[in-house]
Structures are given as structure tokens and as C-alpha cells.
Design a protein around this ligand. Structure first.
Ligand SMILES: [Zn+2]
Length: 214
């Protein structure tokens, strides 16, 4: 734990750089959102190209992973969804409000993916630890709130949508969704995986060998 409440603040120059790379990202799905406590943290500058790429990749809405998922949903005939449905906690990226089914597409870096375990930035550790803890806590809270009001929630991670993983991910996810939505899948997506066993609350499992790919 931190010895004091004092965060190592980045210099103005760094802060500006961070602000630039953060724009449109942290504010949307991953940022302080205006309501959470204090929002006194400021983003440090990205310390490496990889981190910067992750930060910039976090655009909030209509990210490439989201678009990929929606494309697969449409191909499978699982349409009729709303995107960024803001009438329930967490504003699910994809939602079928009538069926109370929600799907989140999470960025591995910001939401601390349990599958690919993205690396920690090397500097401003205190900042990042707090930031990530907040994100993860918020995700858990959102999940609970949705489930408390009868929603079924799926979480798909960015790394599960990489080329070598996406087919397996969808083969697991789509039948579950179809069952929950009471729809037929348009195209066969591999073997059915017992979609109605246990309420399908868990996120689709990616391959365990999924590494963070370039
Ligand atoms: Zn991941």
C-alpha cells in the first residue's frame, strides 16, 4: 500500500501528453465518468510505445473489437440489439433490453484481462494501481447490479477476438446468446456447447494459451 496519499504527479508536459493520448478514451467507457469519487487522478504520460498504443486503442465507443463482435452477431442472425444502452448500469456495449441480455466488450489493458494478463506500466505505478482497481471494481459492481435486476451478462475480452481466438470465442458465445434470446443461429458455429447449462453467466472462455499478440 502507498505510504501516503500523495501520488507522484506527472509534470505538466507529461500530463498534457497523457491528456492528448487519453482523449476520447478514458472519458467514455473507462474513465472517471464524472460521477465516481473525486477524479483527482491525472493520467501520467505513456511510458512506452506499447502502453501508448493500449491507451490510444481505448476509444470507448465503436472500437474495432466491438465492431467485430457486432459483425459476428449480425452474421449469426442475433440482431435486434441496442448499442451502448444507457438505461441500465454500465451501459452495455450490446444489449437486448427486451431479453435482458447484455454483452460487454472489454479492453484488456484497462479492465485487466484475466486471460492475457496485460503488463503493468513501468512508471507511475501508484497511479495505475488505483486506476485499474477502480476499473475492475466498477466492472464487478456493474455486473452485480445487472444480475440483480435479472440480466444475463457476457464479457468478451479484446484478446478473445484476435484472429486465432475469435472463432472459438464465437463458437462458445453465440449458442449461449441464441438460447437466451430464443433465436436460431443463422450459420452453424461449431459444436453446440450446452448453451442452457447454468444460466451462462460466465464470460466465454477464450483459449487459455491466448497470449497478448502484436
Ligand atoms: Zn486479454
Amino acid at each position: 500500500m502507498a505510504e501516503s496519499d500523495t501520488f507522484v504527479m506527472p509534470s505538466d508536459e507529461e500530463a498534457q501528453a497523457a491528456k492528448a493520448s487519453d482523449s476520447g478514451g478514458a472519458g467514455a467507457s473507462d474513465g472517471e465518468g464524472g460521477t465516481s469519487s473525486g477524479a483527482s487522478l491525472r493520467a501520467p504520460a505513456a511510458s512506452s510505445a506499447a502502453v501508448r498504443k493500449s491507451m490510444q486503442g481505448n476509444k470507448g465507443k465503436n472500437t474495432k473489437p466491438e465492431l467485430l463482435v457486432r459483425q459476428r452477431l449480425r452474421e449469426a442472425g442475433l440482431t435486434g440489439y441496442r448499442i451502448h444502452w444507457n438505461k441500465v448500469p454500465g451501459k452495455p456495449d450490446v444489449a437486448w433490453p427486451g431479453k435482458r441480455v447484455a454483452l460487454f466488450v472489454q479492453g484488456c489493458f484497462w479492465h485487466r484481462c484475466p486471460h492475457c494478463k496485460p503488463s503493468m506500466p513501468k512508471s507511475h505505478i501508484e497511479y495505475w494501481v488505483v486506476k485499474f482497481d477502480r476499473n475492475v471494481e466498477r466492472d464487478e459492481r456493474t455486473l452485480r447490479e445487472l444480475e440483480d435486476v435479472g440480466w444475463r451478462v457476457h464479457v468478451i475480452w479484446e484478446c478473445q477476438l484476435k484472429k486465432r481466438n475469435i472463432d472459438a470465442t464465437m463458437a462458445d458465445l453465440l449458442p449461449q446468446l441464441a438460447a437466451e434470446l430464443g433465436k436460431e443461429l443463422k450459420t452453424p458455429v461449431g459444436e453446440p456447447t450446452g448453451a442452457d447449462a447454468g444460466g451462462a453467466k460466465r464470460p466465454a472462455e477464450g483459449r487459455t494459451d491466448a497470449k497478448q499478440a502484436e
